[in-house]
Design a protein around this ligand. Sequence first.
Ligand SMILES: [Zn+2]
Length: 204
Amino acid sequence: MNEIEILKQELAATIRAYNLKGWSPATSTNYSFRTKLDTELIYVSRSGVDKSLFSETDFIEIDRLGQPKSGNNIAIPSAETLIHCVLYDLFPETGVILHSHSVYPVLISQKLQNNIHFTGYEIQKGFSGQISHADEISIPIFENTQDMTAFSRVLIDNKAALDNHSFIIKKHGTYAWGETLFEAKRHLETLEYLCQCEWMSRND
Ligand SMILES: [Zn+2]
């Protein structure tokens, strides 16, 4: 099996596992990867798939602008595909992008404006570059929109605030990315855990 087929299987397994956590209800969320062999070619999850059943055949190939490659005309990429394209452009080392519609970021984001701060949590070190629980880190919270072109501009304008490889969309969910699936998972799971801790500690 080649590298692409292995990644399809591994990411599909991750998508099914995250669905069991309740992070992708009602066919929501989207995921993608690319390899260093061809960074112009992005494999993104097909729209409208029940994520509990997601398989390695549910990825479609798109170019850097989000256009399906020829032969893939039947399957539609997710509406949020442009977010993936912009993140790959902004952070060229990125190999995998994950998205979640989990409950805690949705809950806590509606109480906050612009960003959420975390300090004192051991798991903060799950973000690449963070070496101590004692530091304060900030994750951006962006307003939700259906206008993906406008949202792409927001990401470009806030590139400097994306240094922890993740962000929250208000009352929508989270995005996280990494050079590898292993690293992208670590970033997403770190943010999800932190949001859960903050929500529960503020509402106990
Ligand atoms: Zn979404």
